[in-house]
Write a protein that binds this ligand. Structure first.
Ligand SMILES: *[C@@H]1O[C@H](CO)[C@@H](O)[C@H](O)[C@H]1NC(C)=O
Ligand SMILES: [Zn+2]
Length: 353
């Protein structure tokens, strides 16, 4: 009896496998998940920079130099780019020298020789998008890792990278004089609805202590671009429903921290990788606005099972703003928000707030 059963199983298994494969195909592609180990002490240090690739100009090299120094101090585990990796128009192809001139030859410090998890910004979509996503770039510089939307699972924290550019209507309708490479995005409605479904499902299933979502575009910002309404209406409700702790973005060329009055979600902009000082800052409710700096710099996150510490740095290595959140060890619920210190120095950092 047992032997017969075994024979049957062996006979059926290829068919079952085929059916299972078909089901997966029909269910759509889930977000791919990549594992990143934590340090032996269980902590994780991450550096975040955005809006940078300008062949070293507009203080990009100064930001890079300071990232190297702070990266060494914090012994960072990986770097995250919030997009607009190559100005003005992304990469022309996998051989574009801008990749060396704006990335490999700029972020040369030994502390920055880590994995770079990157997303695409609107400027990247103006070039050859498939080039930035190509494994050929990882062959040119093994730090480079870019996909449209994916998950990095680091045990205590999960990072959900979301491709935000296709959400913004104006890139599809407005005559801006720019062309965008929408290969892989059309049909747009389907692309967006699948993406939202995938993000929602991944967040729902996540058991990580800290859930951090990273995209290029702002959700909340007092900077030049301001809020991205498409994300406010479509993505934000999903983040709130699933108790996301941090939304991290670039796009506005500043350093900024906005909290929510009605949820623990924090909005963190790290878009100071090169050109900044736009001087276009809108009024924001001071109860939500924790920090705004209109100049260049970057952000770090130090994460343990019970604590997240955010710091913003300028190009001289000054800590402009520091913020800490804690959770109790066994509760998945965020229990306490504690603004430890606001080290913003001088008027240039806190012009309005
Ligand atoms: C570079 O940074 C310094 C210090 O913040 C600033 O004074 C200067 O204007 C910046 N240069 C550019 C081109 O943004
Ligand atoms: Zn942008």
């Amino acid at each position: 009896m047992v032997a017969l059963f075994n024979n049957k199983t062996m006979f059926l298994s290829p068919i079952l496998t085929a059916i299972l494969c078909l089901c997966f195909v029909l269910a759509g592609a889930e977000l791919q998940r990549f594992n990143h180990p934590v340090k032996p002490d269980g902590s994780l240090s991450v550096m975040v920079v955005g809006d940078w690739g300008r062949r070293g100009t507009r203080n990009q090299s100064q930001v890079a130099l300071q990232m190297g120094i702070i990266g060494e101090k914090l012994n960072i585990d990986f770097v995250t780019s919030t997009g607009d990796n190559f100005y003005d128009n992304g990469l022309t192809g996998v051989d574009d020298p801008a990749f060396d001139e704006s990335f490999s030859k700029i972020y040369t410090a030994s502390s920055l020789q880590k994995q770079w998890y990157t997303v695409l910004g609107n400027h990247d979509y103006r070039g050859d998008v498939l080039a930035q996503l190509s494994p050929m770039l990882t062959k040119r510089d093994r730090r480079w890792f870019c996909q449209r939307s994916y998950i990095v699972n680091a045990e205590i924290a999960e990072f959900f990278f979301v491709d935000t550019t296709p959400f913004q209507d104006k890139y599809f309708t407005e005559e801006e004089g720019h062309t965008y490479d929408w290969r892989g995005v059309f049909p747009r409605e389907e692309y967006l609805s699948n993406l939202l479904k995938d993000v929602d499902l991944a967040l729902r299933e996540s058991t990580a202590k800290w859930k951090i979502v990273i995209g290029h575009h702002t959700i909340r910002s007092a900077g030049h671009h301001g809020d991205t309404m498409e994300l406010v209406t479509q993505l934000l409700p999903i983040l709130q429903e699933n108790n996301v702790d941090l939304y991290v973005n670039g796009h506005d060329h500043c350093l900024e921290h906005i909290s929510s009055l009605n949820s623990p979600l924090q909005f963190l902009t790290s878009g100071g990788g090169s050109e900044a000082w736009r001087g276009n800052v809108k009024w924001w409710n001071p109860k939500e606005m924790q920090f705004y700096y209109d100049g260049q710099g970057f952000m770090t996150m130090k994460i343990t099972e019970t604590e997240v510490e955010i710091k913003f740095y300028d190009i001289f290595g000054n800590v402009l703003h520091k913020w800490t959140a804690t959770k109790t060890l066994h509760s998945p619920i965020y229990v306490e928000k504690l603004v430890v210190e606001d080290l913003s120095y001088g008027e240039i950092c806190n012009k309005m707030y």
